[in-house]
Design a protein around this ligand. Structure first.
Ligand SMILES: [Ca+2]
Ligand SMILES: [Ca+2]
Ligand SMILES: [Ca+2]
Length: 134
């Protein structure tokens, strides 16, 4: 049986500034993906927020369906340096949870800049629904 996996991710972030006002941004990201029973883990959602000239938040979710339940493994990342395209990883948080058949589950990830003395963060509220395709 095919499952339809619907993801809605609300994201907001803060870019700390030594001088002047901290820079904030927010967005909503959506995704729909289909899984067959027993497939191996594969990517079903990528989300990104770039803001403030220095920050990029990312979230990556992989899943597999077993007995109609969706098992999710993922990671939320915060990159911060002198451009939004930087690869200076300053924080990460793993995600692991499951979404029973017919259910909607919400999980949050709050990633702070743990590498430097800064107050940058990115926050994700992810809502995933696992429905049968009729
Ligand atoms: Ca900054
Ligand atoms: Ca900035
Ligand atoms: Ca940095």
């Amino acid at each position: 049986m095919t499952r339809r996996i619907t993801t809605v991710a609300a994201v907001h972030g803060m870019d700390y500034e030594n001088i002047g006002t901290n820079e904030r941004s927010s967005a909503i990201r959506n995704g729909v993906e289909f899984f067959q029973e027993g497939e191996g883990y594969r990517r079903f959602f990528d989300g990104e927020l770039r803001w403030g000239g220095e920050c990029r938040g990312e979230i990556h979710l992989d899943g597999r369906v077993q007995n109609s339940e969706l098992f999710v493994q993922g990671t939320a990342l915060l990159y911060e340096a002198d451009s939004e395209d930087n690869w200076d990883l300053d924080g990460s948080q793993p995600l692991q949870f499951s979404v029973p058949k017919g259910a909607t589950v919400q999980r949050s990830a709050h990633v702070t800049n743990t590498d430097e003395d800064a107050e940058d963060y990115v926050h994700w509220d992810v809502t995933i629904s696992n429905n049968i395709v009729e």
